[in-house]
Design a protein around this ligand. Structure first.
Ligand code: EPU
Length: 423
């Protein structure tokens, strides 16, 4: 199993370029199922989850080809409607094919995703909402079987709680439903807006994306399109925190700082000096250390849960107490015990963690439990004294493109190694 070896306490300087957003690329790939024509997507990050989504699309009869940084997806001769468990279990976001399959092929069989490292993460809101559009849904041998032999019909739907992929699934399904669909309580994440932009390019009639209420006027068919996905705000935020922990002048390029407003607000209140340019974040050498800070994760435009673990790594280096509250997932503190192995002073009570800093971290072997927890451990390794080994970095490879290459280019000492089966 591959690991990272990090020799800590090397200052980072220079420019790092942000890749396309994984969580925008995944629904955009799934949306290709809505048309028979080619869909050309640019800016997809080269990460494991994207390869998995392409495998799911191939299993459904799509052809995916790569050329000059553009991925073209087009419907093959023999189509299928079954997304098997072998693929879904490796990536929950496979469930994003449910809405488009049902809308375009009138049936879908998608393995029900199981539990996950950050919480139970059911898909009950997706299913209840699709049923409101007229789908008949049942569970059969671990698969969700959804059918709409006469097609889907527009309806008014209120999500009981904000769900990102739930909003995306329904948005895709509604584009081909007969009549008007009104989705209330929608996720406002930039990734939802990006999907809506792509669907509109395909001929969908959508208004309100980026607000709590999205209206979709169904159309008979959608065309192919060319679309470039937005930059990854979570990757940008991760490098932003690295720059604040061990930076000596870092420029994060190719990102959209307005997508990180809540993060910048927390960091600036903690004393961070960061300049936001239209498509870059500039972190000069910090004159003083950060003060402890408070944050609570919320749906967009709030502080993203996907940056909570990395912020906790940063908090270990801030002066005084930091308070971190996780409101989105019930089990997203798995990095705490690993950060403590590196010497962090963190106390957890329910959904709240209190971090006392600054702490001199010391390198050791730590285990990644999920994608963002892995990133937090890498950040901690960058400041820790001596050598830190981060095990199970396959989690990291799901969502960060060439992280060790990008960090090395900034001057970090980090390498990937595979010690073989016995170490
Ligand atoms: N929820 C339900 N029932 C549902 C759907 C959601 O109870 O049917 C609950 C979840 O268990 C959770 C909350 O609602 O407690 C919000 O979950 P949401 O559905 O918004 O999460 P998601 O769509 O499964 C996406 C991202 C996650 C990110 C969350 C929250 C993708 C592919 N995934 O997940 O990204 O953490 O939104 O912003 O977009 C990551 O990239 O590391 C990652 C986990």
């Amino acid at each position: 199993m591959e690991k990272f070896r990090i020799f800590g306490d090397h200052r980072l300087t220079g420019t790092v370029r942000v890749s396309g957003a994984k969580n925008a690329a995944l629904p955009c790939l799934a949306a290709s199922l809505l048309t028979r024509e080619p869909v050309r997507l640019s800016g997809l990050p080269r990460v494991r989850d994207i390869l998995t989504m392409e495998k799911v699309l191939r299993a459904l009869g799509e052809h995916c080809a790569h050329k000059n940084g553009t991925t073209t997806v087009v419907m093959g001769q023999a189509t299928n409607t079954h997304a098997p468990y072998e693929l879904v279990r490796t990536m929950r976001a496979s469930v994003l094919v449910l809405g488009p399959l049902l809308a375009a092929r009138r049936q879908a069989r998608v393995a029900l995703p199981g539990g996950c490292a950050i919480g139970a993460r059911p898909i009950d809101f997706h299913l209840a909402a699709l049923a409101r559009l007229g789908a008949h849904i049942r569970l059969e041998h671990g698969d969700v079987v959804a059918e709409a032999p006469r097609g889907l019909f527009g309806a008014e739907i209120t999500f009981p709680r904000v769900t990102v992929t739930g909003t995306e699934n329904l948005l895709m399904a509604a584009t081909l439903a007969r009549g008007r669909t009104v989705l209330k309580g929608c996720a406002r994440e930039p990734e939802v807006v990006d999907l809506a932009t792509m669907l509109s390019r395909m001929g969908a009639r959508i208004s309100g994306a980026g607000t709590e209420v999205i209206e979709v006027e169904g159309v008979d068919q959608l065309a192919g399109c060319a679309h470039t996905v937005i930059p990854d705000r979570i990757e940008a935020g991760t490098y932003l925190m690295a720059a604040l922990m061990v930076g000596n002048g870092v420029r994060i390029e190719g990102c959209l700082p307005q997508h990180l407003a809540a993060v910048l607000e927390v960091l600036e209140a903690a004393g961070a000096q960061v300049t936001a340019e239209p498509e870059a974040l500039v972190v000069p050498p910090q004159e003083t250390g950060l003060r402890g800070f408070a944050l609570a994760t919320r749906e967009y435009p709030g502080f993203p849960t996907d940056l909570q673990a990395q912020a906790m790594a940063l908090a270990t280096q801030a002066e005084g107490l930091s308070e971190i509250v996780e409101n989105i997932f019930e089990n997203r503190f798995q990095h705490v015990l690993e950060l403590k192995r590196l010497g962090a002073d963190i106390a957890v009570a329910g959904h709240k963690a209190v971090v006392r800093g600054p702490c001199k971290l010391q390198g050791t072997t730590v285990m990644a439990s999920d994608l963002r927890a892995s990133a937090a451990l890498v950040l901690a390794g960058l400041v820790a004294e001596g050598e830190t080994v981060v095990d199970r970095i396959y989690h990291l490879d799901r969502g960060y493109e060439a992280m060790e290459v990008k960090l090395s280019s900034l001057g970090a000492r980090i390498e990937r190694f595979n010690p073989g089966p016995f170490l």
